[in-house]
Ligand binder design. Structure first.
Ligand code: PMP
Length: 301
């Protein structure tokens, strides 16, 4: 599913066959969940080019994540973006999900390391949460307390929390979980940020107890461009039950509507919401459709 015998990955400066690449079973990352990663997408634009969406923002977040966890990080964003474009070419990929992972050497102690390793993998991936409106359930698991973890960092170990929450929701017959923060306010999904719409206005939790997603930033920019009012605020699941619409957003999930939260259905038809307009605008933006339309209006080649 992720690779076959022809797949190439990028490993510490070299392009190697995924089926032949080796990792160290004594790595501190494997034993303790001490690693950082990114989830990035490339798209075939309307002009037929392959573009990595917000490549700089993603690789800068990878750097910030590594440094925040005291992991050595000697790569430049430019070299990693260039390596990723080469990787896409080598694997004949245009629309791809790209997964860089920075991991630690063999180390069973909790001490600092003197080097890190990096692997970048790419494969074709449909939207992570599917394309149908989701039935979501409030999780019994909270997001990690920001005083226990660097919650704004994309660290591998944080995803044990995501896996538990998602598995719990699915075992109860739902599509996905919604996690609260330690104060009982809505935080985010296991792998996506959340927005709701009420009376023509969008609401999303502020940074602090969430991974402040790059897709979330893009949607905030789109709200601004489209003159849709937006407020970052803390809210409870009970407030969200009264919403007109809601969605999850993330690089893997893109923008996906939520049908109901804890079996409370949202009142507007998805197609009649600002949320749906934002979903379409996001799809246009990643394929640079918007830019083409704008240039046509402005008469720019
Ligand atoms: N929250 C969590 C917990 C995530 O795993 C993700 C996916 N990276 C997001 C939010 C969305 O982040 P982004 O838009 O940067 O992909």
């Amino acid at each position: 599913m992720y690779y076959n015998e022809n797949t190439i990955l990028y490993l510490n400066g070299e392009f190697v066959k995924a089926s032949e690449a080796k990792a160290d079973f004594y790595s501190q990352s494997l034993h303790y969940g001490y690693g950082v990663f990114e989830g990035i997408r490339s798209y075939e634009t309307v002009k037929g080019e392959t573009k990595i969406f917000k490549a700089i923002a993603h690789f800068e977040r990878l750097r910030a994540s590594a440094l925040s966890l005291n992991m050595p990080y000697d790569y430049t964003t430019r070299e990693l973006i260039d390596a990723t474009y080469t990787l896409l070419e080598k694997n004949n990929l245009k629309d791809a999900y790209i997964r860089p992972l920075v991991y630690a050497p063999a180390n069973m102690s909790f001490n600092l390391n003197h080097e890190s390793f990096i692997v970048i993998e790419a494969w074709k991936m449909e939207p992570f949460l599917g394309k149908k409106l989701l039935r979501v359930r409030t999780s019994s698991f909270q997001r990690p307390n920001p005083k226990a973890f660097k919650i704004e960092v994309k660290a591998t170990g944080h995803y044990v929390n995501s896996i538990l929450a998602s598995q719990e929701a699915k075992a109860a017959g739902f599509d996905e979980a919604l996690l609260l923060d330690m104060h009982g306010y809505v935080a985010e999904g296991p792998g996506a940020n959340v927005f709701y719409e009420k009376g023509g206005k969008m609401f999303t939790p502020p940074p602090g107890n969430i991974l402040p997603g790059i897709t979330r930033d893009t949607l905030i920019e789109l709200c601004d461009e489209m003159n849709i009012p937006l407020e970052e605020k803390h809210f409870t699941p009970a407030e969200m039950y009264e919403a007109d619409a809601a969605f999850f957003c993330g690089t893997g999930a893109e923008v996906i509507g939520i049908q109901s939260l804890d079996d409370n259905a949202f009142c507007l038809e998805w197609n009649e919401t600002f949320s749906k307009m934002l979903q379409d605008a996001y799809a246009d933006k990643v394929r640079e459709n918007q830019k083409v339309l704008l240039n046509e209006i402005l008469g720019v080649e």
